[in-house]
Design a protein around this ligand. Sequence first.
Ligand code: ZN
Length: 393
Amino acid sequence: MNNLNFDPIVLTQNLVRCPSITPKDSGALDIIENHLNNLGFNCQKLPFSGDNSYEVNNLFATIGTTGKHLAFAGHTDVVPPGNEESWKYPPFSATIDNNKLYGRGSEDMKSNIACFISATNEFISKYGKEFGGKLSFIITGDEEKDAVNGTKKMLEWSKQNNIVLDQCIVGEPTSNQEIGDKIKVGRRGIITFYLSVKGIQGHTASAHRAENATHHLTKLLNNLISAPLDNGNKNFLPSSIQIATIDVGNTAANIIPEMAKATVNIRYNDLHNSKSLTEWMQKHINDVFDKIDKASCVFEVEANGESFLTKPGKLSTLITKSISEVTGRNSKPELATDGGTSDARFIKDYCEVVELGIRNQTLHQVDEFVFIEDIKMLQKVYLKLLENYFNKI
Ligand SMILES: [Zn+2]
């Protein structure tokens, strides 16, 4: 049994000291389970496997039997530290220096989990286990990698068990300059196209007998980026088309290559979806290749989540109120949709979801850290949010 310590800074350190690189858990889920058990939560480990991915351990913890149901969602897994020599302190040492807590996962997102557990501890000590609502933790060990046997399956499991969530906070790092100045109410979608063009190989001196795959691929890529997909809208930045790779694999200067490949990665807003973008790609391919007999282009698609927007509603209003009550700031947080993807993409199909967490500044980098003051502030914001959500003030 781990020592219980609900101080959000110590708890962050204890979690960071578990080197839980996806899909290894390294004891992080046990620490959370022990703390929540102690508060009277009903905890269930939910290991899932299959669907062409590795096995993942997850934790669902819940308290309360009646009233509104709020969930906190997060992940204990972290990305690898990279070259450990480059780190100022060992990446899993959770060293505190100059008011900063260093370590892989400190920002993304163990400090956020620690703050929510710490706030829950204070909330339950103040209002008791029968506080008139339901509160659950949905914690996965696989957000950073495949995300196949994590949050998605926990949500399916909860539905099968007639667990209905009303609202959900995802503890990803969203703040910018100050805690709570930015929250996320949506995310852009991601789609990747793997293009393969096939022509006819030949001697560069006898080009009339060959068909250069590279020429056709570059024409297609040029067409794809010649005009923006859109100009963005009130809630989203413009969609972005990025050519991530171009591969010909030709080692000789006197050979016309037969094959040419490229990877195109698109981050798109709510003006598109994976189906409309796949049609867009096919149209561009037809435009270039319909007229050519001797070359063709095929592609594979990987769609990793549609874009979504949670319409400003009850939860974002409550969050805004709680942030200004704690920080004393009157300015409303920015309701953003930028950045990468998160498990909110799965949760949005079940309930209203908003992401609110620590400042987004060093995640996935060498010397990832969080400010001690930010941890304290975030814990207070989460506590106020619990009080406002369950009408305790
Ligand atoms: Zn994260």
